[in-house]
Design a protein around this ligand. Structure first.
Ligand code: URA
Length: 474
């Protein structure tokens, strides 16, 4: 006879766990269980399950399964409860069952967790609040339509990020409300419940139009990262359709202009007006990057280490990836390599505080050896995944000069592997028309045994030439 297992909510992991443990202890087959969501007055079976669970023999499952189940339960696939229960039974028979990556069930569950993670990232990145006044004062209200049951799983991010504001996020499944102290849940909402426009919106639109560069337009990449279904909630994308349709003409005009002007002058012409809204947009991008899961490196580092410096910097320095100290502090180039860079910049007459310093890869990749975390080089796909962020930093800052420190940064800047010795000492034009320079990474100077003094002097010379070039361009 089929058993009904009733869960309180679509993402009720605790309820699923209790029910699954009970069913497993009774040796009930997955095909004999009917999973249902939502309490009803005849909710007799749920009570029975809880009772039996308390008496049922406990069995341990690997932590990785708990994490996977917690995430997969948020998926919209109606079979998720049953699939997870099947997996639980397999793990009960073989505690290493989850390690079998060739198993179609493992693959399916992993795919589901990936989709859930991605949806959470989208929610973090694409929720846009509109300002309104209610009886308690200003409240920021957003409408969002996630693909999976991720609202509760995403809530902590918004609480941390907007701790001091009063806000509500309305979705078709439930609404969540923060009053500065408590997170409350409310019923499902409709788009009509959310305000449509607010005064900040016009600023965003003007800003977005001013930074829009048709030569950089990659519709496929843009729609992949920012699916169309989210556009309608994002003021800055209200102009995207119009901008795309005018892009070819604009691009042709840009090409004509670039033939008449030097590449550097062109980069200056395309530069957005620098002001508070650039800083605000930069901050929004930085916050989005904090939740990045574009590659697996987010799993090992402590945090995303984003770039730092004035948004109107004339020089952008790009390193490889944060090191141990940067990972802990959340700031680029503060460890030994950063200190060497500071010293060399000082000798070259370049003021670091006037430059923007960032990395090609924003998470620390390392191998744990005892207590030490040993730097490990990012691979091509990690560099490529992280180009999304550095491209956004570059779109916002538009540095006339970008300096790649070492091969990883150069690969990221030029979009392909390059040889430092062949590129060093002169300017190269990068995709936005600015100048790209290549030199060694300061950690190379910490490692090198032969001719260390000479190598360091050469590095300082490179920086001096770059500093002078920046002054000339200004
Ligand atoms: N090395 C880098 O490339 N970047 C840092 O931020 C620190 C060390």
């Amino acid at each position: 006879m089929a058993q009904v297992a009733r869960l309180a909510d679509e993402d009720d992991f605790d309820g699923w766990r209790v029910a699954a443990r009970t069913l497993a202890s009774r040796r009930i087959l997955p095909s004999d269980v009917l999973w249902q969501v939502g309490a009803t007055p005849q909710d007799l079976f749920a009570a029975t399950l809880t009772e039996v669970a308390a008496a049922a023999p406990q069995f341990a499952v690997p932590r990785s399964f708990v994490e996977l189940a917690r995430s997969a339960i948020c998926h919209s696939d109606p079979e998720r409860f049953s699939l997870l229960y099947s997996m639980l039974l397999r793990i009960r028979a073989n505690s290493r069952a989850l390690e079998d990556r060739a198993d179609p069930l493992v693959q399916r569950l992993e795919r589901m967790t990936k989709e859930v993670r991605r949806d959470i990232h989208k929610m973090h990145a694409f929720v846009r609040f509109r300002e309104l006044e209610d009886e308690g004062g200003t409240r920021y209200v957003a409408w969002f339509e996630p693909e999976h049951h991720i609202v509760r799983a995403s809530a902590g991010f918004f609480v941390r990020r907007f701790a001091g504001m009063r806000w509500s996020i309305l979705t078709p499944e439930l609404s969540i409300h923060w009053d500065g102290e408590t997170l409350l849940e409310g019923p499902a909402a409709t788009r009509a419940d959310a305000p449509d426009r607010d005064p900040v919106e016009e600023t965003w639109k003007t800003y977005y139009a001013s930074i829009f560069n048709p030569a950089r337009l990659k519709v496929k990449a843009m729609t992949k990262e920012m699916p169309k279904k989210y556009w309608k909630n994002m003021p800055e994308t209200a102009l995207v359709g119009e901008l795309i349709s005018g892009a070819q003409a604009r691009e042709a005009r840009m090409v004509e202009t670039s033939q008449a002007k030097s590449a550097t002058a062109q980069a200056e012409t395309a530069k957005p007006s620098i002001g508070d809204n650039v800083r605000a947009a930069w901050e929004a991008v930085r916050q989005e990057a904090m939740g990045c899961t574009r590659c697996d490196l987010y799993k090992c580092g402590t945090q995303t280490v984003f770039g730092e410096g004035p948004v109107d910097a004339k020089i952008m320095f790009v390193g490889e990836q944060p090191g141990d100290q940067e990972d802990l502090a959340g700031k680029p180039f503060i460890g030994p390599a950063g200190q060497l860079l500071d010293r060399a910049l000082g000798e070259a007459g370049v003021d670091r505080s006037q430059t923007y310093v960032t990395n090609a890869v924003k998470h620390f990749k390392f191998e744990q050896r005892g207590k030490r975390r040993i730097h490990s080089k990012p691979n091509g796909s990690e560099i490529d995944a992280c180009r999304w962020w550095i491209e956004q930093e570059r779109v916002l800052i538009r540095p006339p000069i970008t300096v790649a420190l070492g091969a990883t940064a150069a690969r990221s800047l030029f979009g392909k592997p390059v040889t430092i010795s062949a590129m060093r000492g002169r300017a190269h034009t990068v995709s936005d028309g600015g100048e790209g320079w290549v030199t060694v990474h300061p950690s190379f100077l910490l490692r090198v045994r032969d001719n260390r003094e000479e190598e360091y002097a050469r590095f300082v010379d490179d920086l001096r030439v770059i500093g002078e070039r920046a002054k000339a361009l200004a």
